[in-house]
Structure formats: structure tokens, C-alpha cells
Design a protein around this ligand. Structure first.
Ligand SMILES: C[S@@+](CC[C@H](N)C(=O)[O-])C[C@H]1O[C@@H](n2cnc3c(N)ncnc32)[C@H](O)[C@@H]1O
Length: 422
């Protein structure tokens, strides 16, 4: 029996279900899920396979252990008991960072130095040295203290997993790749249905759709921190890459359109498509979204139009959404999936969504508006009943309250800030 390890996959809020399903599909055993993190068990192969295949996760950690930590002494003793020498050698680097939520230990710098000191003491005793050069492999240690329970982890991803490698350049308001992947999954793309993002920016949504539909492992062309880890045999990585190549399905007829009104964006999207090797599946061109035509094809729109936060003013956005609502209805029975942070989106769009899912685009709270019964008869009925039926007391407002209350897991790590520049 192979050694079983405990892992934590972190993700943006709202994507836990997708990450959990991806872990199941890879054959590992889920243990628990809280906001922004899924804990599971697996053997050494999970380090390579999950880093390579998880489309919706931000990072994969090896969990070293969890214990109660109400005081610095408990934190120190708990950390010192963990078998750090299992991974970290005498010359390796082990920087520490972390977070604390709803806990007595709230000073991050103090926790950081306690954790570091405890690991140093443990390794000093193991290796018989008192000075650590820390100039070999880097093992990034992360602590996470939630309601006085500390979890100590080693980051295996390094660069976050949303960075697939195809998007060195992004537009002014790019979607994170992991969120785009989840949006695409919700829209259930099909080989015989055109997927069109008419506000494509750097092309993230159509690209993630093409990666999904070709069963391309999103991380197959990038490297991970744990590739340097001494204790992971090279064949674990070789096998995972071979598997990723074997499972790629390049013979699909799937097609996606990526269009944008801005010529520079279209150029950027095209460069990204080529970099991802997806030019057979994604066509990029300049076009006004308010002018797209079905041309007798079956299609699904998945898009991230301007929100009025980073691009356009709220007034301009309201006008744009109204025109979108009218025009996209004319494409019926095409399904339409739109992410927006505008709380009045449905009002502007002129129609109540069949379903709304809460999602975050970085720090921006969004609704994912799903119109899968896009028929024109309903459109006119909805227009009539709109003022009464608009979501005054439905789930969306409950979600809003949850977000505002910042429940335990509802915090975001610094690297999750939306103003990230790729
Ligand atoms: C929020 S950005 C999309 C970002 C994209 N999802 C990404 O990941 O890079 C919105 C895009 O809509 C485009 N846009 C605005 N009005 C448009 C219109 N009428 N037709 C087509 N594109 C439009 C902008 O040029 C911008 O690139």
C-alpha cells in the first residue's frame, strides 16, 4: 500500500464544489470541504496529477497536521511535533506565511516567527545542526488558523494554478482562469454546440472551454514547486505528464468563438490561443457583441461583459446590459451565461435569470446569471412581471448577506487580489 498523504486544495469562494468533483474524478478520497478549501487523501501521485489537472483550484498543499492552538505555546508545541524532516532537508529553505480567522492567535507576524522557531528546533534536533543555510530547495510553509485550530501545510504548486502559462498578457479586467473554467463547466459545453464569448478580452473563457473539451490538463505545460522536492520520485511527474498527453482528446469537433469590439483585445486573445495550442478550436475576431448572429447554428453564450467597476461607467453598463438583453433574446433558443457584479443586472437585462450562482471574481462579488430557457415568449412575460418578481427576497440577497457577514472561510489571501497583473 502506497503512503497516504493528506492534501488541501484551495480555491476561490464558490468553486469548492467544482474542485471537489475534480478530486473525485481523479480518484482521490475527499475528507472535508470548507469555504475556499477542500481536504482529501491520496498517494504521492496526487501531487503531480492534482497540480496538473485541477482546473478550478488555486493551490495544492500537503497537510502536515491539524491541532488546537489557543496560545502561542500550543502553536509552538503542535508545530514542533510534526515530522518536518519527512520533507525538509538540512540545506532546504522553509519560509513561513499564513492566516488566522476568528482565533485568539491573530497576530500573523508573531505566529509566523513561532512556527518558524518550532520547525527550526525540530530540524535542529533531527539533523544535529543549529544553523540553516536555507539555500537549497524551497518548501513554502503555510499555516491556517481557523477558530483556534491550526493547520500546517507545505505548498506544492508554487505559482498559483490559475496561471496555466498561456496568458502572460491579459486585458484591463481579466477573469481568473479558474473562475472561467467553472463558468464553462456550469454552461455544459457540447461538441455540436458553438460556444461564443462576445466580450472575450484576453480570451480566457473560450480558451478554458477548449481546454476542457479537448480534455487537456490545464497544467500540463507548466512546472510546479514540488517538482524540486527531493522525496518525490521523478517518475511521479513523468507518469502524470504521460497520462495528460494520453488523455488529451484533440479529435473533438468543438468550436468556440472569441470576439471583442476592441481590436487590441482580439490580438491579445489570438496570441493566447496560439500559446495554448488551441487555434483549431477557438476562432478570434473583432465584432460588436450587440450585433452577433446565430446563422442557423446552435450556440451558447458565456461571457464576462464590463461591470462598471474597472471598464465603463455604471450608466454605460446599464445601457449595454439592456441592449444585450434584447439582442441575446433574439438568438433564442441559444443559452446565455453572464457573470456580472452589478446587483441590478437582471433589471437592466430585462429578464430574470433561470438560475443565479454566487461567485467571486477576485475580490469582486458577482452573480452568474444563467438563462438556459432562452425563449422569446418568456422574455416578454418576464418583462411584464419584472418589477414584482425582481429578486427582493430570493437567494441572491441571502448570498449577499453571507458575503457581507464574512463567515469564517470568507476571507481572501493577499495573492487573490483582483488587481493582479499577469
Ligand atoms: C471584462 S472584459 C472581458 C475580460 C475577459 N473575460 C478576460 O478574461 O480577459 C470586457 C470586454 O468587453 C469588451 N466590450 C465592451 N463593449 C463591447 C461590445 N459592445 N462588443 C464587444 N465587446 C465589448 C471590452 O473591450 C473588454 O475587452
Amino acid at each position: 500500500m502506497q503512503e497516504q498523504l493528506t492534501f488541501v486544495a484551495t480555491c476561490m469562494f464558490g468553486l469548492e464544489r467544482f474542485v471537489g468533483e475534480e478530486i473525485d474524478a481523479l480518484g482521490y478520497e475527499r475528507i472535508s470541504t470548507i469555504d475556499g478549501r477542500v481536504t482529501f487523501r491520496g498517494d504521492m501521485s496526487a501531487i503531480a496529477r492534482c497540480n496538473m489537472w485541477l482546473r478550478c483550484a488555486e493551490r495544492l498543499y500537503i497537510s502536515m497536521g491539524t491541532f488546537p492552538a489557543f496560545t502561542f505555546t500550543e502553536l509552538f508545541d503542535g508545530v514542533k511535533k510534526l515530522p518536518w524532516e519527512r520533507w525538509i532537508g538540512p540545506d532546504d529553505a522553509f519560509p513561513v506565511k499564513g492566516h488566522s480567522i476568528k482565533s485568539q492567535l491573530f497576530s500573523i507576524p508573531d505566529c509566523q516567527s513561532i512556527v518558524k522557531k518550532a520547525i527550526v528546533e525540530r530540524l535542529s534536533a533531527e539533523y544535529g545542526i543549529s544553523w540553516f543555510k536555507e539555500d537549497c530547495v524551497k518548501y513554502q510553509i503555510d499555516f491556517f488558523i481557523l477558530e483556534n485550530e491550526a493547520t500546517l501545510m507545505i505548498d506544492t504548486s508554487g505559482t498559483p494554478l490559475h496561471k496555466r502559462g498561456y496568458r502572460p498578457a491579459a486585458g484591463a479586467a481579466p477573469l481568473r482562469e479558474t473562475l472561467a473554467a467553472a463558468m464553462v463547466k456550469v454552461a455544459r459545453p457540447r461538441e455540436d454546440v458553438l460556444l461564443w464569448d462576445p466580450f472575450c478580452g484576453s480570451g480566457t473563457i473560450p480558451l478554458e472551454a477548449a481546454l476542457l473539451m479537448t480534455n487537456t490538463a490545464p497544467g500540463m505545460n507548466r512546472s510546479f514547486a514540488a517538482e524540486e522536492f527531493f522525496d518525490i520520485p521523478a517518475e511521479v511527474w513523468t507518469k502524470a505528464r504521460e497520462e495528460a498527453h494520453d488523455l488529451q482528446k484533440l479529435d473533438t469537433r468543438f468550436e468556440a468563438f472569441a470576439s471583442d469590439i476592441d481590436r487590441d483585445m482580439v490580438r491579445m486573445a489570438q496570441d493566447n490561443v496560439v500559446r495554448a495550442g488551441m487555434q483549431k478550436y477557438v476562432k478570434t475576431f473583432q465584432h460588436d457583441a450587440l450585433n452577433i448572429r446565430a446563422d442557423g447554428r446552435r450556440g451558447t453564450i458565456v461571457c464576462n461583459p464590463p461591470y462598471g467597476e474597472r471598464l465603463m461607467t455604471p450608466e454605460e453598463v446599464a445601457v449595454l446590459y439592456r441592449k444585450m438583453g434584447k439582442h441575446f433574446a433574439s438568438l433564442a433558443p441559444w443559452q446565455v451565461y453572464i457573470i456580472s457584479s452589478d446587483e441590478n443586472f437582471e433589471e437592466h437585462y430585462g429578464r430574470r435569470a433561470d438560475k443565479v450562482r454566487k461567485l467571486y471574481n477576485g475580490m469582486i462579488r458577482c452573480g452568474y446569471y444563467q438563462y438556459f430557457k432562452n425563449d422569446t415568449r418568456r422574455q416578454s412575460e418576464d418583462h411584464r412581471s419584472h418589477s414584482d418578481s425582481f429578486r427582493k427576497d430570493d437567494n441572491f440577497h441571502k448570498y449577499k448577506k453571507d458575503f457581507q457577514n464574512q463567515r469564517p472561510g470568507h476571507f481572501r489571501k493577499p495573492e487573490d487580489k483582483p488587481d493582479r497583473k499577469d
